[in-house]
Design a protein around this ligand. Structure first.
Ligand code: NDP
Ligand code: OXD
Length: 310
């Protein structure tokens, strides 16, 4: 039987790792780099940015494997309804997101943004050391990443709450579901972490009304998408002292313009969308397994529900 063609359209350096894994572990599959000729008859595409004319370029396409967890950058119409969209769920991507969320919440819990600001100003000023047990963390989104971050934070002794669309029962985590439960969820949260997908329902959710429901001096961690945040509302909340600090891995414009008010803000720690990235070797193994399942007529994991948008 001829090997099944899987087209790879992304970074060449990471692609070298993908080629190595496919060559060593999947003789039944042929990973080929994007070219119009290779794409024309292929059923499987691995990409973060598919070509704009996908339907014309890949008329035989069955499955698009998105090289990341979020799919908000993809146009459902351009992909076409007949194509399955599979998002990345990768243990290494989850692990590095958990590291980042721990880093950010610990920084807020131990007042690191205020100490960095004081050091810049030449001030030596101790603040009270508080217990993790008194610092409630709220996680917006209890999916693959939110659940893993919640478990790690609970393991450090933080009281942890999570908010999702559908009700959940998770050991050691207080859970809330749906818009009506949002005010209760926010009440008393000292660090709020956004790990939601960006959809019509979640766009702009981090706004002045939400900040007003948090206790004075709370911190925000946005690792979801820039579109979740109303940036002017955050700048105002930081300037008024309603929020003490923000850790932002994502912004509406990436990279932000030089004079971006949040990027330059003394109580914002901003990183260039690096909280977590797909690890090429483990990601390649996810795709190998999914292609084999699809080829054999079995259901694949992590297929995006196109009506929900995540
Ligand atoms: P999942 O799809 O596994 O989880 C999404 C969670 O959000 C689910 O719990 C879901 O609820 C909840 N949710 C969705 N819509 C709503 C809503 N309207 N109201 C309440 N809850 C809602 O996603 P992941 O955990 O894998 O990833 C989350 C996001 O993290 C990605 O979409 C991406 O934007 C971001 N990300 C950022 C990275 C970075 O480097 N900064 C890296 C990777 C991902 P339910 O469970 O009920 O469906
Ligand atoms: C992702 C990301 O969604 O890197 O995977 O943001």
């Amino acid at each position: 039987m001829d090997p099944v063609t899987v087209v790879y359209k992304s970074d060449a350096r990471r692609g070298a790792v993908w080629h190595g894994v496919f060559a060593a572990e999947a003789p039944d599959l042929a990973l080929v780099d994007w070219s119009p000729e290779a794409a024309a008859g292929a059923r499987y595409l691995v990409a973060w940015t598919p070509p704009g004319d996908l339907a014309r370029a890949m008329p035989a396409l069955s499955v698009l494997f998105n090289l990341g967890a979020g799919v908000d950058h993809l146009s459902s119409a351009a992909i076409g309804e007949a194509v399955s969209l599979v998002r990345m769920v990768d243990p290494e991507l989850t692990r590095s997101m958990v590291e980042y969320v721990l880093l950010a919440v610990l920084a807020q819990h131990r007042d690191l943004p205020a100490y960095v600001e004081a050091q810049r100003d030449g001030r030596w000023e101790a603040r009270p050391v508080r217990r993790a047990a008194d610092h409630t963390v709220g996680i917006l989104g209890l999916g693959v990443l939110g659940k893993a971050a919640a478990a790690a934070l609970a393991g450090l002794g933080f009281p942890v709450r999570g908010w999702s669309a559908s009700p959940k029962a998770i050991d050691g985590i207080e859970t809330f579901a749906g818009r009506a439960a949002l005010p209760c969820f926010l009440h008393g949260v000292r660090s709020l972490v956004c790990l939601l997908p960006l959809t019509d329902d979640t766009r702009g959710i981090l706004d002045a009304a939400l900040f007003a429901a948090l206790p004075e001096g709370a911190g925000l961690v946005n690792v979801g998408r820039g579109g979740h945040l109303v940036e002017a509302d955050l700048a105002a909340a930081l300037d008024s002292g309603r929020l003490a600090s923000a850790v932002l891995d994502v912004l509406a414009a990436e990279p932000p313009p030089a004079a971006h008010p949040l990027f330059a803000h003394p109580r914002v720690i901003a990183t260039p969308h690096v909280a977590s990235t797909t690890h090429p070797a483990t990601a390649a193994r996810q795709v190998i397994e999914a292609v084999r399942r699809h080829r054999d007529g079995l259901p694949m994991a992590n297929v995006v529900d196109r009506t929900r948008g995540y």
